[in-house]
Design a protein around this ligand. Structure first.
Ligand SMILES: *Cc1c(COP(=O)(O)O)cnc(C)c1O
Ligand SMILES: [Zn+2]
Length: 429
């Protein structure tokens, strides 16, 4: 069994591995999985990343995707994962998009997490979280969700044969995500309130009803999500890029990816950590405010509003970890308007063939804004043009088709005749 502990990031209190606990019982702080790094063989991490060296998938020892990095996951070697082949998403070099954001002299890459099996990065966390749920022998799993968490959890719960309960803010979840939660058999509740209300309610329910909570406050989920860092470093020959840019909602993913890069450096596998750059929407930016005002804690926003429903969150539960990640890595937090998000969504789609939901496009919109701010004299935290930057696009285009129909030209209706179509076709050519 690999040695690790569950530790409070605020007061250092430790909790037993067998305990079901999400935040510190003493001070309410966030929890983190800590390994005994002196026991981890860096050579094995790098070698283990080579797919399939450890055995066949049919023996429950699959080494694909997230599970290629078992050395840095909190499980015994023989644990059979609950998996749908998550992770190993493409990393695209994007020259035309680099021009769009004004980064011509650097390198822009996009890690398309929308190509995970459920269509978002949430699968990386859920494979670990639900495998832990099975190990703990819980009687069911639950979450609050802006959509993608519920879609992913419903799938993994189906794989594991566990009852799944989901709380969604009424009228605020993109259609594709609701469809996924429903078809995969979750009990879905449409809550009269926003995401922050849903999370408050589900946290209390999980405590009282002994259901396992799989929001990103659960530290095991972040262990899965950190593997994005490993894949990115591996793609660059075990080197960290200069900067990683991603949307921030509940602030789990930015914290997880930072942890992944810190672990690689600590093990001597890489020699730097990228500047973690978190992007929020103008109408929901508590982390950006706290960052700019130099505070360690956020002031929750009562009425978060943006078209990017996946990041429409006013009281991000992982804010303390995220702010630390941004500051420790010399990164920055910035906000973008819904118009800038839409412009970036269309640019990704048309310049690079990368289809993403609005929240994902916030990463590219934010990068563009930061590059523009960095023109001339580079100030602390701003972007230098020669950087190697990775933007994480977190969710797939088809999650939110209604939004696309609103922003794009509708199909032109024509008679079923060649001449009629030709007339339309040649219009404006
Ligand atoms: C969950 C999600 C986010 C936000 O991630 P956090 O970990 O909550 O910050 C961003 N984009 C998409 C598509 C998501 O599903
Ligand atoms: Zn504590």
């Amino acid at each position: 069994m690999k040695e690790y502990e569950v530790r409070c990031i605020k007061c250092g209190a430790r909790f037993a591995k067998e305990e079901v606990v999400y935040t510190c019982r003493h001070c309410g702080g966030l929890l983190e999985i800590k390994y005994d790094y002196s026991e981890i063989d860096a050579e094995r991490v790098v070698k283990g990343a080579v797919r399939g060296v450890e055995g066949k998938a049919s023996e429950g020892k699959a080494r694909r995707g997230v599970w290629r990095f078992r050395e840095l996951l909190p499980f015994a070697e023989e644990t059979a994962p609950v998996t749908i082949n998550e992770g190993e998403t493409p990393l695209y070099r994007c020259e035309r998009l680099a021009e769009f954001v004004g980064l011509e002299t650097g390198e822009l890459w996009v890690k398309h997490e929308g190509l995970n099996p459920s269509g978002s990065f949430k699968d990386r966390g859920m494979t670990v979280g639900v495998t832990k749920a099975v190990e703990l022998g819980v009687r069911g799993v639950a979450c609050a969700s802006t959509g993608n968490t519920s879609a992913s959890l419903a799938i993994f719960a189906a794989r594991a044969g566990l009852p799944c309960y989901v709380l969604l803010p009424r009228g605020k979840v993109a259609l594709g995500k609701v469809a996924q939660a429903v078809i995969h058999g979750a009990r879905v509740f449409s809550l009269r309130g926003n995401f922050d209300d849903a999370l408050r309610v589900v946290r209390a329910l999980c405590e009282e009803e002994r259901l396992y909570l799989l929001n990103s406050v659960n530290p095991y989920r972040l262990e899965g999500q950190k593997t994005l860092a490993f894949e990115v470093a591996e793609a660059f020959g075990w080197q960290a890029p200069d900067r990683v840019v991603l949307p921030v909602g509940n602030a789990g993913n930015i914290s997880a990816i930072f942890k992944g890069f810190v672990e690689l450096k600590r093990l001597g596998i890489t020699d730097s950590v990228p500047k973690m750059t978190g992007i929020q929407a103008e109408g929901a930016k508590p982390v950006v405010r706290a960052f700019k005002e130099g505070r360690a804690e956020i002031v929750p926003e009562e009425k978060p509003e943006t078209i990017a429903s996946a990041i429409r969150i006013g009281d991000p539960v992982n804010a303390a970890k995220a702010l630390q990640a941004i500051r420790d890595s010399d990164g920055v937090a910035e906000a973008v308007t819904d118009e800038e998000i839409t412009e970036a969504q269309v640019a990704l789609a048309r310049l690079e063939g990368i289809g993403v939901e609005p929240a994902s496009a916030a990463s590219v919109a934010g990068l563009k804004k930061l590059v523009a701010e960095g023109e001339g004299e580079i100030e602390e935290g701003e972007i230098e043009k020669g950087e190697r930057v990775v933007c994480v696009t977190t969710g797939h285009l088809l999650k939110d088709p209604e939004r696309v129909i609103k922003i794009c030209e509708v199909p032109t209706e024509v008679d079923a005749e060649v001449d009629a179509v030709r007339r339309q076709l040649l219009k404006g050519v």
